[in-house]
Design a protein around this ligand. Structure first.
Ligand code: FMN
Length: 189
């Protein structure tokens, strides 16, 4: 697939079918994350892939607790689109039935240049979602899990740094429409 097709074609998908992604595909997707650029080559990411029934059950249990904080934010952001609120809340509760969820943590609690560490991990996540798409695998990058960061860190990454986001992966029968891109978001001088 051309890079351009992945960049424009990738969508956030919030419901997956029962088809599981293969170990080989998962490995390639993770490798693509590891090959992202990073500030002073720190490679500051730490990915926890929830894939076993046990890990996914625990993840879904903890995610159920994120709904309260999330609903408040969604209600103010999407007042006139209640269907977006419903879709997002349902997605977050069950991670859209995804059978492979990557939790992205930082390696350590503090960095001299914390923002640069976060940016590096974000670059890795972008590699992950684009590589997944190029393999016909849908994804959604989500920060809703930050509402339950402490619980997720204690369960899945004790001793590591902050949780930054999760990425759900899977196959889907749904092809969401691309949300409109806003004008006025760059200037060429
Ligand atoms: C940093 C970040 C956080 C996001 N958090 C969530 C989230 O918590 N829940 C969700 O359903 N989607 C989340 N998304 C997905 C966005 O809603 C989505 O990217 C945006 O609406 C544009 O749609 P597209 O990805 O299909 O182009 C997040 C995306 C990013 C990059």
């Amino acid at each position: 697939m051309e890079l351009k097709d992945a960049v424009y074609g990738r969508r956030s998908v919030r419901k997956y079918n029962d088809q599981k992604i293969s170990d080989e595909d998962l490995q390639e997707i993770l490798d693509a994350g590891l090959w992202a650029p990073s500030a002073v080559n720190l490679q500051p990411w730490y990915f926890v892939v929830c894939r076993s029934d046990k890990a996914l059950k625990k993840l879904n249990e903890i995610m159920g607790g994120s709904i309260f904080g999330l609903t408040k934010i969604l209600n103010s952001r999407f007042k006139s689109n209640p269907e977006v609120i419903d879709e997002t809340v349902n997605f977050v509760k069950s991670m859209g039935n995804s059978s492979t969820v990557i939790l992205t943590f930082l390696q350590q609690e503090e960095y001299d240049e914390y923002t640069a560490a976060v940016e590096s991990a974000a670059a890795a996540m972008q590699n992950i979602v684009l590589t997944a798409y190029s393999k016909g695998i849908s994804s959604c990058w989500l920060t809703a899990p930050l509402h339950v960061e402490d619980e997720l860190r204690a369960e899945f990454a004790p001793g590591k740094g902050h949780l930054l986001a999760a990425v759900t992966l899977g196959y889907s029968d749904i092809k969401p429409k691309a949300p409109r891109r806003k004008d006025g978001r760059y200037i060429i001088l």
